[in-house]
Write a protein that binds this ligand. Structure first.
Ligand code: HAM
Length: 445
């Protein structure tokens, strides 16, 4: 009878992935480059809880957005609080800034963060229910468009440092309190005759939040959007100047960009500049199996932006704080890693240990623990297999690790406070006093 392969009783939740040891090199690389980039652009690190009050996001991201309406993991605590797994980082950072009066740290304050975010979405390539973001925020100071560029730069350079090429910025402005109402009216006029064609969600958006009509990923709505008016003709003179100056800075830096008059972003807190960063890399790797997937790079409905963000000058007031202009952006780490894998970006493997410690007998095993600590203090990595007892099994393990030297602490050596140093290539052995072995090995490797 053939045994049918049973799937394990427990699996990771849908849309949430384990990062297995063989994939950690990619994550290490992103973490290292994030820290280096943030520090070189003078951003300070901030960490906020993974769970926040649900009301924080309802107020900041907006009730009529997909994130708040459909995608939050909300739960009640035993104490009766309504909390949610955070769907994004910006609102939480604004909350922390107001709560701790961070304006005293200087204006503007440049902050960065990384960590997991949670959205109840239909999982597909590049879209998960738990995903990680790296974000940069510039808070306070003036609403000068130079800050918009200073947020885009570290994101762009970070992607470049991860060897992601053919990057393009998609840029737009969504105006301010003064000019946006006119544009909303124009949009409603455009969509009025199309109300029966657009999806059910968009029919609701039409009345409550017409800008969100431009975010819809339903293929019919995406098609209809193509004829919708852009905002540029309706901008007030202040927003016009702001966007013009912003584009001049982008051009000065020669960053490749396209204007996208329908880019509004899925969160309500934005004003003026909005941006997304795309790559033309034509393959994505599956997050678990590493096999290649089709990247719908030409189909914006799949939203494969690697990074995105914008200005949010009204968010502080909306959350009960003082008027504080701010701008920020975040990149999706899983998406970035999928692209890096698809591009076969070369990573330096973790340096291998050059020394293996072999122990034989109870006394040697006991002494081995302390000896390993001494090597560690001296900055020398030593591998071992202390749970194995036979010499041949441990020698095989040392061979597999490809070390230069094996240290053999047998019964006799442990008793005499000495240790055998074996050259794995030549097989030559010598006895060294235990007290001197760390210094001796330091000389040899
Ligand atoms: P967002 O566009 O919702 O903006 O997300 C930023 C990035 O996170 C996206 O460009 C994408 O790479 C990644 N991302 C979003 N959703 C998913 C998902 N379900 N699976 C995988 N990756 C995803 C924000 O979250 C804003 N807080 C950005 C910001 C910062 N705006 C101002 N400051």
């Amino acid at each position: 009878m053939s045994k049918s392969k049973k799937s394990p009783a427990f699996q990771s939740p849908k849309g949430m992935h384990d990062v297995l040891p063989q994939n950690q090199l990619w994550w290490d690389k992103v973490r290292k480059e994030t820290k280096d980039t943030a520090e070189s652009y003078n951003f300070l690190r901030i960490d906020t809880p993974i769970v926040e009050s649900a009301a924080l996001f309802q107020r900041s991201i907006g009730e009529a957005t997909d994130v708040v309406e459909k995608q939050m993991f909300v739960f009640d605590t035993k104490g009766g609080d309504k909390l949610t797994l955070r769907p994004e980082g910006t609102a939480a950072i604004v909350r922390a800034y107001i709560q701790h009066g961070l304006s005293h740290l200087g204006q503007p304050l440049k902050l960065y963060y990384d960590g997991p975010m949670f959205r109840y979405e239909q999982p597909q390539a590049g879209r998960f229910r738990q995903f990680n973001q790296v974000g940069f925020e510039i808070i306070g100071g003036e609403d000068d468009p130079i800050y918009d560029v200073q947020v885009i730069l570290p994101l762009f350079r970070l992607l470049e440092s991860l060897k992601i090429k053919k990057l393009t910025l998609h840029l737009n402005t969504i105006g301010c309190k003064v000019c946006r109402p006119n544009y909303r009216k124009k949009l409603q006029n455009y969509y009025k005759s199309k109300q029966k064609e657009i999806c059910k969600d968009c029919q609701k958006r039409f009345a409550i939040n017409p800008l969100r009509l431009l975010d819809c990923t339903n293929p019919i709505c995406v098609e209809i959007k193509k004829g919708a008016p852009g905002i540029l003709d309706d901008l007030c003179s202040y927003c016009q100047r702001h966007f013009k100056n912003f584009l001049e800075y982008i051009e000065e830096l020669a960053l490749p960009y396209e204007l996208d008059p329908h880019l509004v972003r899925g969160l309500d807190y934005y004003s003026r500049t909005v941006f997304e960063i795309f790559t033309e890399a034509d393959s994505l790797a599956d997050p678990v199996s590493d096999k290649k997937q089709e990247n719908n790079k030409d189909n914006r409905a799949f939203n494969f932006a690697l990074a995105s963000g914008g200005r949010y000058d009204y968010l502080f007031e909306m959350m009960g704080g003082r008027v504080t202009p701010a701008v920020g952006g975040a990149l999706g780490v899983e998406r970035v890693i999928e692209v890096m894998k698809g591009l076969k970006v070369n990573l330096l493997p973790r340096a291998k240990a050059k020394v293996f410690l072999i122990n034989i007998g109870d006394l040697a095993k006991k002494k081995s623990l302390l000896l390993l600590e001494e090597f560690l203090k001296a900055g020398i990595r030593v591998t071992e297999s202390l749970g194995k007892n036979s010499l041949s099994a441990q020698l095989r393990a040392a061979d597999k690790e490809g070390v230069l030297l094996a240290l053999i602490l047998g019964q006799k050596e442990a008793f005499k406070e000495s240790i055998i140093v074996r050259d794995m290539k030549s097989g030559a052995q010598e006895i060294v006093p235990l007290k001197k072995v760390v210094a001796e090995i330091k000389k040899r490797i």
